[in-house]
Design a protein around this ligand. Structure first.
Ligand SMILES: *Cc1c(COP(=O)(O)O)cnc(C)c1O
Length: 498
């Protein structure tokens, strides 16, 4: 089947729009923007439409199609009950401009979500405004900037990031106008405290770091790092993309952080990929709370009989923080994502800790299973662990450098070979500190059977002939793509010839 725009059925198929209302008023559209001829909508009947979208969905790979061990992205099962809840009319059909007394249910959900995230993060106030982890980073960094501005500490112009950091950390700080200071990691993949001490001074605004770090290693010296940065007068920022490893076990607050973002779409499940849709709430200590973007959900005890009250005896309302940096998103953030994640956490409750324990168990099991299968298949000499450690957290790295040197098989070749075997490839070439890196995150929702089979197939790919692997993937709708072409040559409309 060709795509929908090329498929132009009979003029009277499908749904017909009612004719526009005839009025004598000139249209309220600038003349230059008016259409000169009718829009060329594709003409399809309902079955043709259904076939089109089903066909499209079959050309894609998603968590519902197969195992998706994309490190750092936390691609876990999205329970369908979340969708049911997000589509309840009382939630899906409300408008953000409705008055508070119409929104008590939504406000209660927002309030509870903020509170739960405050507990998970060990922070004093959460906002649900940002719609991505990266936007959360930018928002928090801006709050830190305003905090220092108000204290007259405008000489704090630098943000420290380790060289294993996710690219969004330096990018967010640079967007806010900070200068980036990168510090090297130790040979074992962890943070170098001496390198940190050497750069932390009165020009430091913040350090941004994730823990466990991007190699899947827990930074055991994190409390000491917080002390070094705080002694220099700076703030500690926690990139919460790796929360899946620590929920209910420890918290950024306990580690000494001042600000945190969550990637709700990763940790708390939410269909995501290809840029969204996400939710990146941030949590901060009380000294940063006045700068947060609004509105925040808040509540007061309405025990006095003359006050209105909600079903749980409270009255929920929106509140604007005193010195807010302003909005970073229209309305109340990505409400749909917030609701799905709320539904998810409500089902787990205190079991969130078990979720993290299983995520860590699965990652460590898979790491050992890959080594075991590679041993059996005789290809264990073709890769090494990306970090010198016995226990990883929720993800781990492998370096394909030996395969590259011995056979000319790169991490990219292995990734493409896995696609032909029905798996989404792990993350490749990140973090940059591991040569020929593959970063693997199975998540807690996969079974032992899936992990064993994947480990076996991974070893089988490494047994392939190098020339054949350079051609992979051969079974996918699209073969090897130019990774940057689409980003550099944006094309957002269908190229009609008229
Ligand atoms: C995913 C991720 C981010 C960015 O989050 P988005 O929601 O994609 O903007 C930041 N840091 C790390 C470590 C990540 O894995």
């Amino acid at each position: 089947m060709s795509h929908l725009f090329e498929h132009n059925g009979a003029p009277n198929t499908g749904y017909s729009q009612p004719p526009p209302l005839q009025t004598d008023q000139p249209p309220n559209v600038p003349p230059g923007l008016l259409r000169s001829k009718p829009a060329r909508w594709p003409r399809l009947s309902e079955p043709e439409m259904v076939r089109h979208y089903t066909w499209l969905s079959k050309r894609n790979f998603g968590i519902d199609t197969g195992f998706y061990p994309l490190g750092s992205c936390t691609m876990k099962h999205n329970p369908r009950v979340n969708e049911v809840i997000a589509q309840l009319p009382g939630i899906a059909d409300i408008h953000p401009h409705q008055p508070e007394h119409h929104l008590q249910g939504l406000l209660a959900i927002y309030y509870e979500m903020q509170h739960m995230l405050e507990i998970c993060a060990g922070m004093d106030q959460v906002t649900l405004q940002p719609v991505a982890g990266a936007q959360g980073e930018f928002t928090a960094v801006r709050c830190i900037q305003e905090y220092f501005r108000q204290r007259g500490e405008t000489q704090r112009t630098k943000v420290i990031v380790p060289d294993s950091a996710h690219g969004t950390n330096p990018a967010s700080a640079a967007m806010a106008g900070f200068e980036i200071v990168e510090i090297p990691s130790l040979a074992d993949g962890r943070m170098d405290l001496e390198a940190l001490s050497a750069v932390a001074d009165e020009t430091t605004a913040a350090m941004m770091i994730t823990n466990p770090n991007t190699l899947g290693l827990f930074e055991a010296d994190i409390v000491e790092a917080s002390r070094i940065v705080h002694d220099a007068g700076g703030q500690m920022y926690y990139d919460g993309a790796n929360f899946n490893a620590i929920l209910g076990i420890t918290s950024p607050g306990l580690m000494g952080f001042d600000a945190v973002h969550f990637n709700l779409h990763k940790t708390f499940s939410q269909p995501h990929g290809g840029g969204g849709p996400g939710s990146g709430p941030i949590g901060v200590r009380s000294h940063l709370a006045p700068f947060l973007p609004g509105p925040l959900a808040d509540r007061r005890d309405s025990s006095a009989s003359e006050q209105p009250r909600s079903v749980d005896g409270h009255w929920y309302h929106w509140r604007e923080p005193e010195h807010s940096i302003g909005k970073v998103q229209q309305w109340h953030g990505n409400a749909g994502a917030v609701i799905r994640c709320w539904a998810y956490y409500r089902r787990y409750g205190a079991g969130l800790r078990t979720m993290s324990e299983h995520a860590v168990l699965n990652a460590n099991y898979l790491r050992h299973a890959i080594h075991r299968e590679a041993e059996i298949e005789g290809v264990s000499h073709l890769f090494v662990d990306g970090a010198e450690t016995k226990v990883a957290k929720h993800e781990f790295t492998l370096s394909m450098q030996p395969a590259k040197e011995q056979l000319g098989i790169s991490a990219m070749d292995v990734a493409k070979g896995l696609l032909d075997r029905g798996y989404m490839a792990p993350t490749v070439y990140f973090p940059l500190v591991v040569p020929e890196c593959m970063m693997i995150e199975p998540t807690e929702t996969e079974s032992k059977d899936t992990l064993d089979t994947f480990a076996n197939q991974f070893a089988k790919v490494l047994q392939s002939d190098a020339e054949t692997l350079h051609e992979a993937p051969i079974t996918t709708p699209v073969r090897r793509v130019d990774e940057v072409y689409a980003a550099r040559n944006l094309c957002l409309r269908h190229p009609y010839d008229d």
